[in-house]
Design a protein around this ligand. Structure first.
Ligand SMILES: Cc1cc2nc3c(=O)[nH]c(=O)nc-3n(C[C@H](O)[C@H](O)[C@H](O)COP(=O)(O)OP(=O)(O)OC[C@H]3O[C@@H](n4cnc5c(N)ncnc54)[C@H](O)[C@@H]3O)c2cc1C
Length: 469
């Protein structure tokens, strides 16, 4: 991107080039909108289709059948009239639809008539003893290294946590010949009962269930040690992780390893929608905050639309359909399409979305995390890794009378480091709720203030060239 290529105003700016953002940008461009697509990755595809244009065929075949679908989406982008800016981090958005971005060393402010947020999801941060030790990473980070660079653990790995992505990664690693020392499943076994009422509906989307069962069977046939109903996960070590311990059937166990990849599901990435001031609600079933949107992706702020996993976890196919629907709404809102035409073109996407959604209530109940894991870390567990604030320090702040997330933040500095609270906001809210007996919506999240990611002073000064002369 050069300054000459980037205009100061577009009719639609889409943030995020995953399935939601790609299908949205292509749909809007097909209907004549002047579209810019901004994404912080080097290549289009988002989380699921990462590196889809550059990946060697052999590695792609290890990622499962779903992965290849990204080729069509990315090809459509390449053939469309879209101003696509990769390597572009968006660090602010306000209700006037003004966007702060940085590419390389250059920061810029641009604006648009409509903004479509398609920033996807992030892995749910869950603090447990030792999670900040070198050698402990998110499973998603392990998968990114595999997809993008073909890097896999050389000395084996322990996988631990809960959720479909953990199982998928185990299956992908198995195909890549990685030694999986154990797959420690922290999903409570009584979730199976909790999920039963949703099974009949889930059977309408049985391809998802079959895929999950196939992964499990393949892993068991390969002799991989899958331990279910695990609790009390802990990474041990002085300078880096040396072993992992856990409790199973009342017994304590330890496995030696220099790599632990953990995962506790994914939650919507809401920093931008929060920064803009969009209304958010706590979703009990998904155990996360979600921006409030209507059936067309309109947020509570005029001209800001949201689609894909950034609205609530629905998976890649739902994100793709939602992206298209939301783009049709943007085209309609800009007076380029009648309501009747919008509704007609959206019909197939709505049908697909309904079918894709059959599986969600079952998955949400099956992979529900226990409140104890989310809101009761031991006092010496680090919760804010940027500012090294422990759960004990947060509890002391609460007992001193600081009884919402923002008060705790002011007192302890948790959430004030480079990640701006992305990694600790949910945990702090959970701890405050557990300590005070308040409900999570009362506790709230940190207020999101720009810049959402670090900017240098030179980049900031570059935004106002006249004033620095
Ligand atoms: C780490 C991880 C790995 C996953 N792997 C899989 C998988 O293998 N298989 C599967 O079925 N599902 C996977 N999922 C779930 C999957 O990502 C989603 O269901 C699907 O990709 C959602 O599509 P989306 O378009 O909403 O978001 P995404 O695909 O996540 O795309 C969002 C894009 O927005 C970009 N972005 C976000 N914030 C900004 C910003 N401020 N500035 C610029 N760009 C920004 C992101 O980098 C990303 O490229 C994964 C999720 C995560 C978090």
């Amino acid at each position: 991107m050069s300054a000459a290529e980037l205009k100061s105003h577009y009719s639609l700016i889409v943030i995020g080039a995953g399935p939601a953002g790609l299908s949205a940008a292509v749909t809007a461009a097909e209907h004549g909108l002047d579209v810019a697509l901004l994404d912080d990755q080097r290549n289009p595809g988002g989380q699921i289709y990462r590196a889809i244009e550059t990946i060697p065929a052999e590695r792609a075949s290890m990622l499962g059948s779903e992965y290849r679908r990204g080729e069509q989406l990315v090809a459509a982008l390449r053939n469309a009239d879209i101003a696509y800016f990769p390597d572009t981090q968006v660090w602010s958005l306000n209700r006037k639809r003004e966007i702060g971005l940085v590419h390389g060393q250059t920061a810029a402010m641009i604006s648009s008539d409509q903004v479509l947020l398609a920033g996807g999801a992030m892995e749910r941060p869950v603090p447990y003893p030792g999670w900040t030790l070198p050698g402990v990473m998110n499973a998603g980070a392990g998968q990114i290294l595999f997809k993008a660079q073909g890097i896999v653990p050389a000395n084996g790995v322990v996988l631990a946590g809960s959720g479909p992505l953990l199982l998928l990664l185990a299956w992908q690693y198995m195909h890549a010949g990685v030694e999986i020392k154990a797959l420690l499943d922290l999903t409570p076994v009584n979730n199976h009962l909790r999920a039963m009422p949703y099974l009949p509906r889930a059977l309408l989307a049985r391809h998802y269930l079959l895929k999950g069962l196939t992964y499990q069977l393949d892993l068991k046939r390969a002799g991989i040690n899958i331990v279910q109903n695990v609790s009390d996960l802990r990474a041990n070590g002085e300078q880096r992780v040396e072993s992992v311990s856990y409790r199973h059937r009342g017994q304590q166990h330890t496995i030696k390893t220099d790599l632990l990849l953990s995962h506790f599901g994914v939650i919507p990435h809401i920093q931008l929608s929060q920064a803009a001031g969009c209304k958010h609600n706590w979703d009990k079933r998904q155990q996360c905050w979600r921006p409030q949107v209507d059936d067309w992706g309109n947020s509570s702020i005029d001209g800001i639309l949201i689609a894909g996993d950034g609205v609530g976890i629905g998976g890649a196919r739902t994100a793709e359909h939602a992206g298209r629907l939301t783009a049709l709404q943007a085209v309609h809102a800009l007076g380029r399409m009648t309501q009747h035409e919008r509704d007609r073109l959206a019909r197939d996407d709505r049908k697909w979305m309904r079918e894709e959604q059959h599986i969600r209530p079952f998955l949400e109940a099956f992979f529900r995390l226990p409140g104890r894991l989310l809101g009761e870390p031991a006092d010496d567990t680090v919760v804010c890794r940027c500012e090294e604030v422990t759960a004990g320090a947060i509890r002391r702040a609460i007992s001193d009378g600081h009884v919402d997330s923002n008060q705790v933040k002011f007192l302890t500095r948790c959430g004030m480091g480079p990640c701006q609270g992305r990694q600790c906001a949910e945990s702090v809210a959970q701890i405050v709720a557990a300590e005070t007996g308040k409900r999570l919506p009362q506790v709230g999240l940190y207020r999101a203030r720009p810049p959402l990611t670090p900017l240098t002073l030179a980049q900031l000064a570059g935004l106002f060239p006249d004033e620095t002369e």
